[in-house]
Design a binder for this molecule. Structure first.
Ligand code: AMP
Length: 191
């Protein structure tokens, strides 16, 4: 199964996609995690990416696509992929469609986590003090929300038009949201 998770910053994409991967036993591919690893390793890619991430901007498409392309060649992703935080732009979505078409494994579903922006901002500020993420301060959070609206939200129409989009109400406890996700996935999976 190939599943994409899309949701505004703080909507719980990371948490929920990790729960779902345990449930479905599908390998997880989070571009945010990969970029944070590259940044922590202080590689040239990481240093470049950090300049964008620390300002709440998207890392340029060619960098992200190279990173994902390399990862997808790993044998474990032959079984399926849970994409978390990728694609985030139309260019990334089109590139993903092309590379999946070449592999002969199209996407199965796109889960959209929907939540109230004010609630998300509160959640993220709480997380900032717990995890110490350098991209979680009020200005960066506001900017990441704006980037989501402008660059990532258009993807929703792209996938809706293809009949792949499944909206999930992401308000409520992580357990409640996960139950909704499991139900949506079960509806899509052949019996
Ligand atoms: P996330 O953990 O998914 O919220 O990602 C954290 C940050 O990493 C984002 O604010 C971006 O700066 C960068 N990032 C993660 N995924 C992507 C992507 N698909 N395209 C561009 N930038 C990304």
């Amino acid at each position: 199964m190939l599943i994409v998770f899309i949701g505004p910053p703080g909507s719980g994409k990371g948490t929920q996609s990790k729960r779902l991967l345990e449930h479905l036993q599908i390998p997880h591919l989070s571009t945010g995690d990969l970029l944070r690893e590259a940044k922590a390793a202080n590689s040239s890619l990481g240093r470049l990416a950090a300049q964008y991430m620390d300002q709440g901007r998207l890392v340029p498409d060619p960098l992200v696509l190279a990173l994902v392309g390399e990862k997808l060649r790993e044998p474990k992703f032959k079984r399926g992929v849970m994409f978390d935080g990728f694609p985030r732009t139309l260019q990334q979505a089109r590139a993903l469609d092309e590379s999946l078409a070449q592999r002969g494994t199209p996407l199965d579903m796109v889960l959209e986590l929907r939540a109230d922006e004010n609630e998300l901002t509160t959640r993220m500020l709480r997380r900032a003090s717990q995890e110490g993420r350098t991209d979680d301060n009020p200005q960066t959070i506001a900017h990441r929300m704006e980037v989501y609206r402008q660059q990532t939200a258009p993807l929703l129409d792209y996938y809706r038009f293809k009949g792949m989009l499944t909206p999930i109400d992401a308000m409520g406890s992580p357990d409640e949201v996960f139950e909704r996700i499991k139900a949506a996935v079960a509806r899509r999976q052949p019996a």
